[in-house]
Design a protein around this ligand. Structure first.
Ligand SMILES: Nc1nc2c(ncn2[C@@H]2O[C@H](COP(=O)(O)OP(=O)(O)OP(=O)(O)O)[C@@H](O)[C@H]2O)c(=O)[nH]1
Ligand SMILES: [Mg+2]
Length: 457
């Protein structure tokens, strides 16, 4: 029997209630002793008010609601007791320490979910969905996670895996029973079937583009020479005075980032030090970091001061982002004389293909269209909340690998290679698909995946 584990299931800090969760064969007996009783008479799935005592002094330290989930009808499939104490960090620490003294062990991150998986309460993709739901930054991302948690991904994969298995069975039996090669007709049938499966997998994998966007969002970096208004624009995006703005060039040195959501897509926006050659040591470190941030982001917004002539520095920056996905924002249009804007945009546009948006960070003009410009180029079909989306890079990678294996098997089949060789790729593909739901996942991989979970889940 596995050791009983304990963890705080609610966030650390003062709160109305804090939940300590025990899972394992000793959960009930530890809870009973925690209350200083011989028998607690906890009825499964019923909430009961009990007193918790200090193990040494015997005095009551809190009144708490205990809920007992009897194995196998619990989240982990083991006996679980959830103790809802008052949310005092000191008290919760005391209760957890008492559980440890009684013989429980602190749970590792994701260990409750790992046990649920081991006991067949859910598959891997469903367990990962719980993590994603907890981590979701937007309602859209939470919606996708719930769908996955409820088995939608596994159900989508089911027919694909079944089809693949059918093809494998036919080829395997050809190996066993037929002396000669597979008859021509049958080979053609299998080929067609495999091609359809590869297409299906490709279609599922292709939803990752939108799925990733919904879950992880975009990293957007504001760059430009000093004083063009990057920090002002950053603040305008957020609707608060987050970054320091002054008329002195070289104000921003550290990178600052904040998140906001546009059309269900989380955007992590970074303000950077203005790019220029500088003697100032601190500023030059900032400039170096700005360059690195640019390379790391999904989109760069290059800011130009529309009220001034383009400088050599502006041109250098524009040239340096040419190979990166970028948008050009012409700022300070409130200072531009009426009728001159199009000429200015024309000069920025010369020889470039990037989208240009005119804004005034000061007045808030054009901010909405810039926000939309940032996300729409990445999201042709994300608004479609209807379809199931692959959101996890691990799943996407496995789908792509499965598809590639099937395609190479098809190529081998076309070359009339022996079934034995064709089968290798198909078995690999099946294994990759199995790794998504955890049927064919190794212990090491599980440890790695579950380490991304939070403690108490
Ligand atoms: N008129 C006008 N002034 C602006 C606008 N945006 C910024 N400014 C002014 O431009 C100056 C520089 O603004 P910042 O936002 O600090 O510029 P920055 O690009 O972050 O500068 P560094 O951090 O030094 O690189 C400040 O005096 C702002 O008030 C705008 O849209 N219109
Ligand atoms: Mg700044």
């Amino acid at each position: 029997m596995l050791q009983t584990i304990v963890a705080l299931a609610t966030p650390l800090g003062r709160s109305g209630i804090g939940v300590v969760r025990l899972s394992g064969g000793e959960s009930l007996s530890y809870t009973t002793r925690l209350c200083g009783e011989k028998d607690l008479n906890l009825e499964p799935r019923h909430a009961s008010l009990k007193s918790i005592v200090d193990l040494e002094k015997g005095e009551v330290i809190d009144e708490a609601i205990m809920t007992y989930f009897k194995a196998p009808h619990s989240f982990t499939g083991e006996d679980i007791v959830e103790i809802s104490c008052h949310g005092s960090p000191v008290l919760l620490r005391l209760v957890i320490d008492s559980c440890l003294k009684l013989g429980a062990r602190m749970a590792e991150p994701g260990e409750f979910s790992l046990r649920a998986l081991a006991n067949g309460q859910m598959n891997l993709a469903e367990a990962e969905a719980i993590r994603d739901l907890i981590d979701a930054q937007t309602a859209a991302s939470a919606r996708q996670a719930v769908r996955q948690m409820r088995g939608e991904f596994s159900n989508t994969l089911h027919p694909v895996k079944d089809g693949l298995l059918d093809a494998i069975v036919v080829l395997e039996s050809a190996l066993e029973f037929v002396e000669d090669d597979l008859p021509e007709v049958q080979a053609a049938g299998i080929r067609q079937k495999l091609a359809a499966i590869a297409d299906d997998i490709g279609r599922i994998a292709a939803t990752f583009k939108a799925g990733r966007l919904i879950r992880d969002g975009l990293r957007v970096t504001l760059v430009g020479r000093p004083n063009v208004g990057k920090s002002s624009l950053f603040n305008a995006f957020l609707g608060s005075d987050r970054a320091i703005v002054t008329e002195i060039p070289g104000t921003t040195r550290d990178q600052i980032h904040e998140r906001f959501v546009v059309n269900d897509i989380p955007v992590s926006l970074m303000d950077t030090a203005g790019l220029r050659d500088t003697e100032d040591l601190v500023e030059s470190i900032g400039v170096e970091r700005s360059r690195m941030a640019m390379a790391d982001s999904d989109l760069v917004v290059v800011l130009i001061d529309g009220s001034e002539e383009l400088t050599a520095e502006d041109l250098e920056i524009l040239n340096s982002v040419e190979a990166l996905p970028h948008i050009i924002a012409v700022n300070k249009i409130d200072k531009i004389e009426h009728g001159k804007l199009s000429a200015i945009i024309g000069s920025v546009n010369e020889g470039r293909s990037a989208e240009i948006v005119a804004v005034s960070a000061k007045l808030g003009t054009g901010i909405e269209s810039l926000k939309n410009g940032i996300v729409t180029r990445f999201s042709p079909d994300t608004a479609a909340g209807s379809g199931f989306l692959v959101t996890d890079a691990r799943h996407h990678d496995l789908l792509v690998r499965a598809k590639a294996e099937i395609e190479s098997s098809i190529a081998l089949l076309d070359q009339k290679t022996s079934e034995e060789i064709v089968l290798i790729g198909l078995h690999n593909a099946l294994r990759y698909l199995g790794q998504i739901t955890g049927e064919t996942t190794t212990e090491d991989m599980l440890t790695k995946i579950f380490s991304t979970f939070c403690i108490g889940k």
